[in-house]
Ligand binder design. Structure first.
Ligand code: S3P
Length: 171
């Protein structure tokens, strides 16, 4: 089977779900943000602070170009990866795109206790989340499979994705 690519806003559970799904499918799990951090030797907040968002996006595109060449992988992308059409074209060529969704309220709840997301490190994160969600909605909705994660555990979501993947038997 082709790769399974997880997209979706920050806090929709891409990493937790991706790990579980990879284990169930017997695939390798690859996390774009972790790969960027490893290659840069810096955390994502440090990359944003020292080099800026544009430099982060360049590194993200390079990592995606490399990872999209793999197979039998579950690839968790960062929430903004969908914004570059070249990223999605590469990932789609060799993968099924699965977008995880959640309401703005759930995203606010899930991201409130975390401090590793520079884009939400602003005086009014709720307004920021709503604004970014509005801008990104059409990009997220362009996925092959959309999964609402509201009120579900990562295991539930991984199971649901597995069921949907039966429609894509040999990729
Ligand atoms: C971002 C999402 C983050 C990370 C970076 C930018 C975004 O990943 O790539 O902070 O633009 O939505 P997660 O979606 O895994 O939090």
């Amino acid at each position: 089977m082709k790769n399974v690519v997880l997209t979706g806003f920050m806090g929709t559970g891409k990493t937790d779900v991706g790990r579980l799904l990879a284990a169930r499918l017997g695939f390798v799990f690859l996390d774009c943000d972790s790969e960027i951090e490893r290659e840069c030797g810096m955390s994502v907040p440090d990359i944003f602070a020292r080099l800026g968002e544009e430099a982060f996006r360049e590194r993200e595109a390079a990592v995606i170009a490399r990872l999209s060449g793999r197979d039998h992988a579950v690839i968790a992308t960062g929430g903004g990866a969908v914004l570059r059409s070249e990223n999605m074209a590469r990932l789609r060529k060799n993968g099924v795109i699965v977008c995880l969704t959640a309401s703005p309220e759930a995203i606010v709840r899930r991201t409130a206790a975390t401090h590793h997301r520079p884009l939400l490190n602003v005086p009014d994160p709720v307004a920021r989340i709503k604004e970014l969600l509005e801008i990104r909605r059409p990009y997220y909705e362009d996925a092959d499979i959309l999964i609402d994660t509201e009120g579900k555990s990562p295991a539930d979501v991984a199971g649901e994705i597995r069921d949907h993947l039966k429609r894509f038997p040999d990729g």
